[in-house]
Design a binder for this molecule. Structure first.
Ligand code: FRU
Length: 497
């Protein structure tokens, strides 16, 4: 019998994925079994484990016809690859199984909703990709596509909604037991909108209305919606294409943000009170979140961005990784993000800590180095009458390469810079964010996991994320002050499994 598209992908990933040495991958961040990864999909707690599916093209280091890769985890930090869950093998999804989410059904099965893309030939001979919502049901390992797929098509769109941009379903159970689905769409003005559908059985869906529209504000087409409550607010997370910069809050191009406000399930309307960016670095997009069994809201994003995709180095057989799981909390009307607390268990026994005073110098501290690092640095002015000019941490460093995070208190600007990280492409390498402070006080927690850094500022008020291609022997860390700086430091290596 001829091998199916799914069987072929499963055979391919098992053969090639298992040849990638463990040390060539991140330790705590999910990377694809083999080949290309983008968005997280179907992030869920199911059958006693965390499940993460992802946009996946096993056959190359580039985006291609999308499959749903699949991995499971007990602690959200160590992932075990399991066979690819969905392949583009049906007439309605032959051009790709795009992003979506998962839910546990009353009978204990897991239901996946995703966007099926199929190519439609036009009268002039060109083709356009049409997007529809589809369903697959399974047991945590094998999934069967619903025989009546697709479940939502262009006929379910409001007037003016484009059938070419109708995707990324987010499913959740409503107060009255009904299933809700959010999907994003592009309207006739090119702007993004979030649509709401309801269903009794998660198979037959009815259009309710528009949850939110961007009116050409906060980007154009919106992607990958997530919706949840945090504290006494509702949060609508979106990733946007073609954003315009707004101060240092948003930057040009692809960006991810949260609308904070209230969602009225009956009318389907989201009333926005405020908004914020979710990452001020270079590489974070399309996040999804879950509620853990012990009640924490945990979010994971694709640790890359369409504007910063760099071709991987020649001897690497995976491309793309997920961010650390981030615990979300509300503080003073703002979403705070911190690395999942389970990471503390992987701090090594030897710790380097202490206080230093720096004056116009570069300092290297014995034992402070590595590419698996959890380090917190508290900085303040060494002289209150003459606040320092700049403080920087350089890491993933050798004679040739480094990446840095630097703070200029007089401008209140924090800056991540990977220009010298070994990248050979003219993608964006620097980004700045605004951090309010008193006398140059700032706390930076850096998590370095081989090919990335995530910098949590002031206990999670901001995060700056960057994927790095720097060779692993660049593992020095230095501290650079211009002016007088008081620095408190606590450094751990992170333990490998
Ligand atoms: C976001 C996205 C989604 C889409 C998927 C395709 O990164 O463009 O909107 O479903 O990627 O891989």
């Amino acid at each position: 019998m001829k091998e199916t598209v799914l069987e072929k992908a499963r055979r391919f990933e098992e053969k090639h994925g298992n040849q990638i040495p463990k040390e060539a991958r991140p330790e705590f961040h999910l990377s694809p079994y083999v080949g290309w990864m983008n968005d997280p999909n179907g992030f869920s707690w199911y059958d006693g484990k965390y499940h993460m599916f992802y946009q996946y093209h096993p056959y190359s280091m580039q985006w291609g016809p999308m499959h749903w890769g699949h991995a499971v985890s007990e602690d959200l930090l160590h992932w075990h690859h399991v066979p690819v869950a969905l392949a583009p093998d049906a007439p309605y999804d032959e051009a790709g199984c795009f992003s979506g989410t998962a839910i546990t059904m009353p009978d204990g099965k897991q239901l996946l909703v995703y966007t099926g893309v199929h190519r439609e030939e036009q009268e002039d001979g060109t083709t356009v990709d049409i997007q529809k919502q589809c369903v697959a049901i399974g047991d945590g390992l094998n999934y069967e596509k619903y025989e009546k797929n697709p479940v939502l098509t262009k006929k379910d769109l409001p007037k003016g909604g484009r059938k070419e941009d109708f995707r990324d379903p987010k499913i959740f159970r409503g107060e009255n037991g009904l299933y809700n689905m959010l999907a994003v769409n592009r309207d006739e003005t090119e702007g993004g909108q979030v649509l709401l559908y309801k269903s009794k059985d998660a198979l037959q869906w009815n259009y309710v209305g528009k949850v939110a529209e961007n009116h050409n504000r906060l980007g154009l087409m919106w992607e990958c919606p997530d919706l949840f409550s945090l504290g006494d607010k509702d949060i609508l997370v979106l990733s946007a294409q073609e954003m315009l910069p707004e101060g240092l809050e948003f930057h040009n191009g692809f960006g991810t943000f949260a609308l904070i406000g209230n969602f009225d399930e009956k009318t389907g309307k989201f009333t926005e009170e405020s908004f914020q960016s979710l990452d001020y670095g270079l590489d974070f997009y399309a996040p999804q979140s879950i509620l853990t069994p012990d009640g924490r809201r945990v979010m994971i994003g694709w640790m890359q961005n369409w504007d910063t995709v760099a071709p991987p180095q020649s001897n690497v057989y995976w491309a793309g990784q997920m961010s650390l799981p981030r615990e979300l909390t509300m503080k003073n009307g703002r979403i705070y993000q911190n690395p999942i607390r389970e990471l503390l268990e992987y701090r090594s026994e030897e710790k380097v800590s202490g206080e230093w005073e720096l004056l116009d110098e570069e300092l290297e501290i014995h034992g402070v180095d590595g590419r698996l690092v959890d380090m917190t640095v508290d900085v303040e002015a060494g002289d209150l009458s003459e606040i320092y000019h700049r403080f920087a941490i350089q890491f993933a460093k050798n004679d040739r390469f480094y990446t840095s995070i630097s703070f200029r208190p007089k401008e209140s600007v924090l800056r991540i810079d990977r220009k010298f990280s070994g990248s050979r492409r003219g993608i964006i390498h620097q980004r700045r964010s605004r951090v309010e402070h008193e006398n140059g006080k700032i706390r930076l927690r850096l998590i370095i996991d081989r090919y990335s850094v995530e910098i949590f500022v002031n206990d999670g008020e901001q995060v700056l994320t960057a994927a790095l291609q720097t060779q692993l022997d660049a593992d020095r860390i230095t501290f650079v002050a211009s002016g007088k700086v008081k620095m408190k430091l606590c450094h751990y290596h992170l333990k490998e499994e």
